[in-house]
Design a protein around this ligand. Structure first.
Ligand code: FAD
Length: 232
């Protein structure tokens, strides 16, 4: 499990395949297979990625458990092809706040982590705001969470259904949520191309960099090749 932000993490649950699966699924056209990755296989993987022969990259699959603020999960949810609840071949499952199954946690940026508005862009962030203001922002966010959680706990005590009492949960964007993400190797590369980019929000970029580390450990040649050529 690799920690991300103050309370989140990325955990690889399972993996199917290796760089060899990409090679062998491409070579099945010639009824050939190999058990070790040779120089010519590495070249083949680069050739496939460069020329958009993407189907061999969909024979490998990764399954992650993610724990992240809701604002990050919402951005992640937009990856549909080969990677989400809307794709008939893969799945998206997440913990439910209709039940009281786990403690409620929030992402709270530390004093030094608040960022200002960007100067010339509509989206994104500018320079760090510094500590005097950062301290006030962190304190205000904590107060807001405390006040909302008091109302939530009160509603639960009154016997309100958890699925409705959750309307009182404050700071919904920062609420930590947990989900499983099963995704093809091609889907991972697509996600990484967009979400390790400097235009992506810094919080999801932290997660993407961690996913990239894990994907590179498991598929060093394919991930390098896909990131080199796809989306460019
Ligand atoms: C910096 C940044 C800012 C963003 N801002 C916003 C925003 O303000 N609001 C918002 O709603 N979203 C926003 N998004 C999300 C963005 O619009 C995409 O939904 C998200 O990045 C997922 O990418 P995708 O659509 O390529 O992925 P997928 O839906 O997984 O698609 C993967 C690829 O499959 C192909 N594909 C998918 N569907 C079809 C189809 N029907 N026909 C043909 N080919 C298809 C395309 O090549 C596509 O790139 C933002 C994304 C980024 C990276």
């Amino acid at each position: 499990m690799k920690k991300v932000l103050d309370k989140g993490y990325v955990r690889l649950v399972d993996v199917m395949g290796s760089d060899l699966s990409v090679v062998n699924s491409a070579r099945v056209s010639f009824n050939k297979a190999t058990e070790t990755l040779r120089e010519e296989d590495i070249k083949l993987i680069h050739f496939l990625a460069k020329n958009d022969h993407t189907s061999p990259f969909r024979h490998a699959t990764l399954q992650f458990e993610l724990y992240a603020p809701l604002m990050v999960a919402r951005q992640w949810w937009k990856y549909i092809i080969g990677s989400s609840h809307q794709d008939p071949f893969t799945a998206w499952n997440e913990s439910s706040r209709r039940y009281v199954t786990e403690s409620i946690e929030f992402y709270v940026p530390s004093e030094s982590e608040w960022r200002g508005k960007p100067e010339n862009q509509k989206q994104g962030s500018g320079a760090p705001l510094g500590e005097p203001l950062g301290k006030a922002l962190t304190e205000k966010l904590l107060l807001q969470i405390e006040s909302g959680m008091k109302n939530y706990d009160w509603a639960i005590e009154q016997g309100v259904a958890t699925e409705q009492a959750r309307l009182f949960i404050p700071s919904a964007y920062g609420l930590m949520v947990r989900w499983y993400w099963t995704v093809s190797l091609q889907g991972v590369a697509h996600f990484l191309t967009q979400r390790t980019d400097s235009h992506a929000q810094s919080e999801i970029r932290n997660y993407a960099e961690t996913v990239k580390e894990i994907a590179l450990e498991k598929f060093p040649v394919s991930v390098e090749a896909l990131l080199k050529y796809t989306g460019k």
